[in-house]
Ligand binder design. Structure first.
Ligand code: IPD
Ligand code: CA
Ligand code: CA
Ligand code: CA
Length: 280
C-alpha cells in the first residue's frame, strides 16, 4: 500500500495547508494585479500572481518533501527545471506533485469570482491526493485515493440524475480556439436541447469539484492539461462519479479531452458528443 504519511508529515495535510495559504494569497491580490501578460493569444493570460503563487506552492512542498518532483503550469520557482521534462517522463516519478496555482486566470483578471488553487499528488502516475480550494467561498475540496472525498467536513457525493433531460452540465472553451472551437460548438448545439442546461464557469478544476459535490451532473472539455484535471479527477472518482476521455477510454494524467459525470449519464453524454462530431 502507498504510504500517505512520511515521518510525521501527511501528504494530505501538506496539500490542504499549502492550498489554503496559496488561496488566501490569490484572494488578497484580487483587484490588485499589476501585470497581465499574454501567453499564446489574447485569451491565454498569466499574471504575477499566477507565478508568485506557484513559487509559494513549490517552496512549501519542497520544504516538506525535498525529493518529490513537481509539475506546475507556470514552471517557475523552486525545482522548476523539472517542468521542462515531458509529462510522460514525469508521471513515472515515484511522487509527483501537480499544481495549478490559479485555475481560472481569466476570471481572476476580470474579477469574476470563480477560480481556485489545484494541488494533486500522484504516485507513479496515479493520483492519490487531490485538493481544489476556492478562496472566494472558502471551500476546500479534498480527496484521498480509496478514502473518499469531502468539503468542509461533509462527504461529497455525485448527483443522482439518471436522465440527460434532468442534467445540468458544464463545459469550457480552451484557449486554442483554432483546434477546439468548431468541435465545441457542434457539441454544444447537440447537447443543449438534450440536457436541462449548460454552464461554462471558466475553471476546469472547479467544474470537476462541482461534479464531485453533486452541483453539476457532468462536465466535459477538450485540450486540458494535467494540472487542470489531476486533483479534480480524483474528487469525482472518490465521490462516486466516472472520469474518462471523451471517447470513454480510461482516465490517465495524459488525457487531454476529459468527461466527468455522476456515472448515470456518462454513456448518454458520450454518445451525444460522438454524434455531434460525426455530424460536424
Ligand atoms: C483554464 C481553465 C479554463 C479552461 C482552460 C484552462 P487556467 O486554466 O481551467 O476553464 O477552459 O482550458 O486552460 O489557464 O485558468 O489555469
Ligand atoms: Ca493558464
Ligand atoms: Ca488551469
Ligand atoms: Ca493556471
Amino acid at each position: 500500500s502507498i504510504p500517505y504519511i512520511v515521518g510525521s508529515k501527511s501528504f494530505t495535510a501538506v496539500a490542504v495547508n499549502t492550498a489554503s495559504k496559496a488561496g488566501e494569497w490569490v484572494k488578497s491580490r484580487l483587484g490588485a494585479i499589476q501585470n497581465v501578460n499574454l501567453k499564446t493569444s489574447t485569451s491565454d493570460l498569466v499574471t504575477e500572481v499566477d507565478k508568485g503563487t506557484e513559487t509559494l506552492i513549490r517552496n512549501l512542498i519542497k520544504t516538506h518533501f525535498p525529493t518529490h518532483a513537481i509539475l506546475g503550469e507556470e514552471g517557475v520557482g523552486a525545482g522548476s527545471t523539472a517542468s521542462a521534462k515531458a509529462l510522460q517522463e514525469m508521471i513515472q516519478e515515484e511522487y509527483l506533485w501537480i499544481i495549478d496555482p490559479i485555475d481560472g486566470t481569466t476570471n481572476f483578471v476580470h474579477g469574476f469570482p470563480f477560480f481556485c488553487v489545484s494541488i494533486a499528488l500522484a504516485h507513479r502516475g496515479e493520483v492519490i491526493v487531490g485538493v481544489v480550494y476556492d478562496p472566494m467561498l472558502d471551500e476546500m475540496f479534498v480527496a484521498e485515493k480509496g478514502k473518499g472525498a469531502y468539503v468542509k467536513g461533509h462527504t461529497t457525493h455525485v448527483s443522482g440524475e439518471k436522465e440527460l433531460s434532468h442534467a445540468l452540465v458544464a463545459t469550457g472553451f480552451p484557449v486554442d480556439h483554432t483546434v477546439n472551437l468548431p468541435r465545441n460548438m457542434a457539441e454544444i448545439s447537440q447537447l443543449v436541447a438534450k440536457v436541462r442546461n449548460i454552464r461554462s464557469g471558466g475553471s476546469a478544476a472547479l467544474h470537476l469539484a462541482y461534479v464531485a459535490a453533486g452541483r453539476l451532473s457532468g462536465f466535459w472539455e477538450h485540450g486540458l492539461s494535467a494540472w487542470d484535471i489531476a486533483a479534480g479527477s480524483l474528487l469525482v472518482q472518490e465521490s462516486g462519479g466516472v472520469v474518462t476521455d471523451t471517447e470513454g477510454k480510461p482516465f490517465t494524467l495524459a488525457v487531454r479531452n476529459v468527461i466527468a459525470t455522476n456515472g448515470h449519464i456518462h454513456k448518454a453524454m458520450i454518445s451525444e458528443l460522438t454524434e455531434a462530431n460525426a455530424a460536424g
